[in-house]
Design a binder for this molecule. Sequence first.
Ligand code: PLP
Length: 382
Amino acid sequence: MTIPFNKPFISGNELKYIELAVHSGKISGDGMYTKKCHSFFQTQYGFKNCLLTTSCTDALEMSAILLDIQPGDEVIMPSFTFVSTANAFELRGAKIIFADSRPDHPGMDESILKKLITSKTKAIVVVHYAGVATDMDLIMNLANDHGIFVVEDAAHCIDSFYKGKALGSIGHLAAFSFHETKNIQCGEGGMLVINDEQFFTRAEIIREKGTNRSSFFRGEVDKYGWVDIGSSFLPSEITAAFLFAQLENLNKIQEKRKAIWNVYNETFSKSDLVENIKLPFIPDFATQNGHMFYVTCRNLTERQFLINNLKQEGVYAAFHYQSLHQSTYFKQKHDGRKLEWSDYYTDTLLRLPLYFELELSQAAIIAQSIITSIHQINNQLV
Ligand SMILES: Cc1ncc(COP(=O)(O)O)c(C=O)c1O
């Protein structure tokens, strides 16, 4: 058997909608399918405004421009995240202040944030790791007290909630990913959510190369031109048509992915291996959205042993992220604080295959195979 780590979901209507988009004569961005996607997200999740982008990375870069990040402004974010979370703000000259993860969860440790805030702090970027919310009441209160903006890096977060509110609907801005590894995908794609009205107009301009072309298309101005900085952040209708075919299937996708997540979780919970592997912790205020199933091992060696054993059986498991404060690019810039939990997840977190087509029985076999490998480890240690 070969079980890949990921297999992108295909609904079957993608090519049909792409064909319709092509024949409509409007293939560049912001046509019918882009509008359908925007309206779906706004209705379903209560986002005040949203704009499809070509990636989550782009949505994060737009956020940094929108917040007018200047050289020397400090931006707080977790070290245990994808490069783009930090790179978007680094590009604008921000000083990145990395925060540690929680001992019980790879997300940012909310309890240490107050100590990291200075008079130069301009923004906090939260990463809801694996679609599991950071404590947003705490973050928003802290941000409001200090006049700081909050960006939700919601790359993993479609259809996940904090105290009943959709992730991405709480911060001033939020960035989603529709990369092929995500629950709904269009190959490469993303979305900027704008919950703070002061950013609506400028977001459109930044996304359209710094021009007021969107106003022009609505007939609000009689010509368009260069009015601000920006770049080419909007996807074509081909991408939006593909994405819309996925959105129509969101409930079906979510149901299956959560069922797979539950099989992994229940199989491990019933085993006697709590000393060897820790299961994902979901705080009471959060949901999980079937984006990712991971376990944390005791150390790097045991994780590698599990990966190798799975590979021999044709199962591809993966790990990520490498703490950004230890990265080749950033380590000279880091202020030297030890971020032990971020490093702990770097070494021990193991992600298991999770995609729509994975059979529940296959998830059970993968979990059993890991349990067998752990028994091997324990027997060698005795
Ligand atoms: C937390 C986080 N932020 C941002 C990104 C970047 O997403 P994209 O590939 O859509 O640019 C990723 C990628 O997986 C991610 O995991």
